[in-house]
Design a binder for this molecule. Structure first.
Ligand code: SAH
Ligand code: SF4
Ligand code: F3S
Length: 440
């Protein structure tokens, strides 16, 4: 036990945030207190992301800033940069004491002890994933209305641009019992919406002791049997793992939201082939058509990579055409970032960065326009199902919630109950959010 404090920062995706929550509870259990002040804390945990160069570099400037003021803190660099750069990290920055990959963070307390005892740098980047989940113990602290739960990790797909198969290792699915137990614990602590997480979440596959195999659809059905679960979402899915059972479930399971994040990356067959995505534009469109047949009000969001090596103006136009077809209601779009060790890093890239920036801005404007039109369609209407997530601290007459389509909804009202699903009269909006009052 210790009387020391820690500060933790997440740089990455939802799974990275989920891991930070787990690390937090491990450290609290070990007697550490959680500090909001990076300069005050004795231990700093940087939970890193390696997906794009910028995210990976940011941690080093953050370490530089904090050690300039005070160099006798314990610094742990964990997560995907730790996995990718390994011992190199100690060479890049002498202040890092502990390097720990994303699959073994449960070892952190032991490594801190070893570092304190022997005053030696500690490193572990093994893939020992099932052990990590065994270490997830009963937690007591209150949880948000919407909570993540990792059900699957890793990736066997090796898209040409992506580091995830190298940083998170091969695909692994958690046991159904383990997931249901954690879900129950979240429900007891206030959660009403469960967001199932995985780098390839719809590739989830688990066979239990009775030789019963669960895919993601069966898992969702299992979770939806729990009364207090009001909503279920899952992210991130790969188009090639969207089977009919799962598409159908969006229309038949009321707790499964009519909103799906299904990253397409590009609307050009040539680029998709070079990205090793293993689907064509027509195949992607067919999935969207099928989803709409099963669940007519479903909405789709996506990720896009702009300026992948060899992307021509024509390829880019084809991406815009696909956006016209699908009408994505929310998206993340980034300029391609070359990552060491990936296939795409070997492809010649001649498109000037200015051209890529220009394409990104055209694409983002188009997507914003679609979002604004979609949000505007709700103005002066009542939407029946906003899940209230929290009440404003500074002004208790304001609440925050989300629609079934994940739109942020800001509500002026009195006495709403956090965790309830309520009807809201929408008055105004912008491309990001809706604003309204309680409708009776
Ligand atoms: N498994 C998911 C994506 C996980 S990574 C899928 O297959 O869709 C999250 C997003 O980061 C990707 O969808 C992609 O758009 C983006 N991304 C990944 N590698 C990138 C790179 N090298 N440069 C730019 N964006 C990248
Ligand atoms: Fe990366 Fe592709 Fe795997 Fe997604 S499916 S995590 S983009 S390699
Ligand atoms: Fe980043 Fe690792 Fe997530 S590279 S996006 S933190 S899986």
């Amino acid at each position: 036990m210790t009387n020391k404090s820690f500060f933790i920062k997440s740089y990455g995706c939802q799974m990275n945030e989920y891991d930070s929550e787990k690390i937090t509870s491990l450290l609290l259990k070990d007697g550490y207190s959680n500090s909001n002040d990076i300069n005050e804390a004795d231990l700093i945990v940087f939970n890193t992301c390696n997906i794009r160069d910028k995210a990976a570099q940011k941690v080093y400037s953050d370490i530089g800033r904090v050690t300039k003021k005070n160099s006798d803190k314990t610094i742990a660099l964990v997560g995907c940069v730790a996995q990718a750069e390994n011992e190199e990290i100690f060479k890049k920055n002498k202040y890092v004491d502990i390097v720990l990959g994303p699959q073994s963070y449960h070892l952190l307390p032991k490594m801190i002890d070893a570092h304190n005892e022997y005053q030696k740098k500690q490193i572990n980047t093994d893939f020992i994933i099932n052990e990590k989940f065994d270490f997830i113990h009963e937690e007591k602290s209150p949880k948000g209305v919407s909570s993540y739960i990792t059900i699957q990790e890793g990736c066997d797909k090796f898209c040409a641009f992506c580091v995830v198969p190298f940083t998170r290792g091969p695909e692994y699915s958690r046991s159904v019992i383990n997931i249901v137990e954690e879900t129950k614990s979240l429900l007891n602590r206030g959660t009403r919406e469960i967001v199932l997480l995985g780098q390839n979440v719809n590739a989830y596959s688990y066979t239990d002791e009775m030789s019963m195999t669960y895919n993601i659809s069966k898992l969702i059905d299992e979770i939806s049997k729990l009364d207090d679960v009001k909503r279920i979402r899952y992210t991130t899915s790969h188009p090639n793992n969207m089977d009919h059972e799962l598409m159908r479930l969006h229309g038949s399971n009321e707790k499964l939201m009519p909103f799906l994040h299904l990253p397409v990356q590009s609307g050009s067959n040539e680029i998709l082939k070079n990205m090793n995505r293993k689907y064509t534009v027509d195949e992607y469109k067919k999935i969207i058509d099928n989803l709409k047949d099963y669940c007519p009000n479903i909405e789709i969001s996506s990720d896009f990579i702009i300026g992948f090596p060899g992307e021509t103006e024509k390829d880019f136009q084809e991406t815009l055409n696909l956006i016209d077809y699908v009408q994505f209601k929310q998206s993340y779009s980034f300029i391609y970032s070359e990552r060491p060790g990936t296939k795409a890093a070997t492809i010649e890239d001649i498109t000037p960065i200015e051209e890529k920036k220009n394409r990104l801005s055209i694409l983002q404007k188009k997507l914003e326009g679609i979002q604004l039109k979609f949000n505007t369609s709700f103005c002066n209407t009542n939407i029946s199902n906003v899940l209230i997530e929290n009440q404003s601290q500074s002004n208790p007459e304001y609440y925050f919630g989300r629609s079934t389509f994940l739109q942020p909804v800001y509500v002026k009202a009195k006495n709403l109950v956090v965790g309830d699903i309520v009807p809201i009269g929408i008055e105004t909006c912008n491309h990001k959010s809706l604003y309204g009052t309680i409708s009776h």
